[in-house]
Design a protein around this ligand. Structure first.
Ligand code: BHK
Ligand code: ZN
Length: 349
């Protein structure tokens, strides 16, 4: 197997992440915030959102932290279609929770001035889970920066945690996952054995009729992935999913020239069962995507804080671009449906 050394001195890279000094200790959008700072931030943002955002706890983590989903959107009497976005499934991918926080800030601060954001939040709701794997995220701040999994324990093994992105009920543990509790890609003891996965899956199942899109944010590799990862079969909506992905990645590239590759998980990165995007897609959430943000390996998970702003700015364009594309496509489909309906009416009666 060929290999190359991407990071010569890992400790120097760990120390180098906080390269925007002096760093404020309070919450900052250009910093990797601790879970404690994110909790306080969620409360203050909700209070100052003038009704545009509400908070809801969807359950607790293994270690008892509250998993809070932020619902952003203009209140409406009719039911609105929704997008669900989570960040921080994997503990060490710190740019991911940073992006969810950035998205919330942008949504709240540009509603009413940015026409795209205004119509998005007028017509849809966005559910944001800023940190999915909170126990793991906290552990990466306090003990082991490179931790990936949850922090659950079982008698019978001294190894801790399962990979939440192998624990969803989608071809569970059939390929690209490990049944060894000590592995970083351990699929768990059963599908949804991880309480964090169960809480999210329950929430999406409960809101299945309104959730039209599922976005999950990871790092790194600069990829825009969509189903399937648990099989080489193409998704029924492959062409449409690919078109939306290419539109989103070209919007992303327009800002700083950052190149993304789009495609189904199995062939674009590697086959892996139990992923959240495959599960959401098979549940019926058609626009289901996994984003792998910056970079391509120079810093990897240890992306310097100076790259938070440009990474989030370009990713905003991708998310807004994807939304624009799929709204346009579903509008077109609705028109075709209406047309067919009308012609049936004309010809049959
Ligand atoms: C994406 C979607 C479904 C299954 C796997 C993946 C790739 C993802 C993973 O779970 O192994 C890569 C990763 O964490 C790095 O962010
Ligand atoms: Zn990941």
């Amino acid at each position: 197997m060929e290999h190359s050394v991407l990071i010569e001195d890992l400790q120097a890279a760990v120390d180098g992440q906080a390269d925007l000094k002096p760093t404020p200790r309070a919450h900052s959008y250009t910093k990797y915030n601790t879970w404690t700072d994110i909790v306080a931030w969620m409360s203050s943002m909700t209070s100052s959102s003038s009704g545009l955002m509400t908070k809801q706890v969807i359950g607790n983590t293994y270690e008892g932290r509250a998993m809070t989903v932020l619902k952003i959107g203009k209140a409406s009497s009719s039911t609105k279609p929704a997008i669900f976005m989570d960040c921080g499934i994997h503990a060490r991918e710190w740019i991911s929770p940073a992006f969810c926080q950035w998205f919330v800030k942008e949504a709240l601060s540009t509603y009413g001035t940015d026409s795209q954001m205004t119509s998005l939040l007028d017509q849809m709701d966005v559910y944001v889970l800023p940190v999915f794997n909170i126990d793991g995220y906290d552990f990466t701040h306090k003990s082991n920066r490179m931790w990936r999994k949850t922090r659950s324990r079982r008698s019978g093994s001294s190894c801790i945690g399962a990979d939440p992105n192998r624990n969803f009920d989608a071809g569970w543990c059939s390929m690209g996952a490990s049944s060894n509790p000590c592995s970083d890609t351990f699929c768990g003891y059963t599908p949804e054995s991880e309480i964090e996965v169960k809480n999210v899956a329950d929430f999406i199942r409960r809101n299945k009729s309104t959730i039209k899109a599922y976005l999950t944010i990871h790092s790194y590799s600069q990829l825009l992935l969509f189903p399937y990862s648990y099989t080489y079969d193409l998704a029924a909506d492959h062409n449409e999913l690919m078109k939306v992905a290419e539109g989103a990645s070209s919007a992303l590239r327009s800002l700083y020239g950052t190149r993304y590759t789009s495609g189904p998980g199995a062939t674009t990165i590697y086959p892996a069962a139990g992923g959240s995007d495959d599960w959401a897609y098979d549940l019926g959430v058609k626009y289901s995507y996994t984003f792998e943000l910056r970079d391509t390996g120079r810093y990897g998970f240890l992306l310097p804080e100076s790259q938070i702003k440009p990474t989030c700015e370009e990713t905003m364009l991708a998310v807004k671009g994807a939304v624009k594309f799929w709204r346009r496509i579903s509008l077109k489909l609705n028109k075709i449906r209406a047309l067919k309906f009308t012609s049936k009416g004309i010809f049959k009666h």
